[in-house]
Design a protein around this ligand. Sequence first.
Ligand SMILES: O=C([C@H](O)CO)[C@H](O)[C@H](O)COP(=O)(O)O
Length: 232
Amino acid sequence: MAKPLIQVALDCLDFDQTLALARQAAPYVDIIEIGTPNLKHNGLALVKAVRAQHPDKLIFADLKTMDAGYYEAEPFYKAGADICTVLGTADLGTIKGVIDVANAYGKQAQVDLINVEDKAARANEAAKLGAHIIGIHTGIDQQLAGQTPFADLAALVALGLNVKVSVAGGIKQSTVQQVVKSGPNIIVVGGAITGAKAPEVAAREIRELVDAASGESKSSGGLFGWLKKLLG
Ligand SMILES: O=C([C@H](O)CO)[C@H](O)[C@H](O)COP(=O)(O)O
């Protein structure tokens, strides 16, 4: 099973706390997300700071753009973001704008299907436009109403579009392995890491669970794993 990337979503509002959480999670994740409320609060300065402290990670700016796609996303790519989001409910022109500016900077655009009624139709349209990533996303308010992203994730993966699939929405230790089995390319974990008493421990647990579910475990890696393979 292909191993998905792990993305930590940093949704607090405090600049320094965000940097501290990023440092704690970084050894175990591939992508560092500055969540939407955080991005609105702290802006480009936070993107630049996270970029500077984590040159080896992908930086995700959760803009959730709704209009003026190219114009809104460009400064964030310039500041060091690798991926910006645009809402799937936006006009196709807006979605195309974010894809175009991502391509202009050699970066990626993610279309977030939060609140999209016909997810299959919009995913097809976004893929045709050249979206790099399509995100299944059960928002915080929807989670509070008891919703989960699991069925929508399976349906999106089943479309077999030529695009990476991301999933977010309350994913935690007890559900992350079920999510891996659905086959997304990126798994987003926010509260289960940032709300934990020890975020670095929670991030490590998520990493170990994802690695194990992807058929990669500590004991099968390294020299031991190589010897095991060699000896059949
Ligand atoms: O995108 C998010 C939300 O809309 C607030 O910006 C979260 O980052 C995303 O849902 C991941 O967080 P958890 O659901 O807490 O894992």
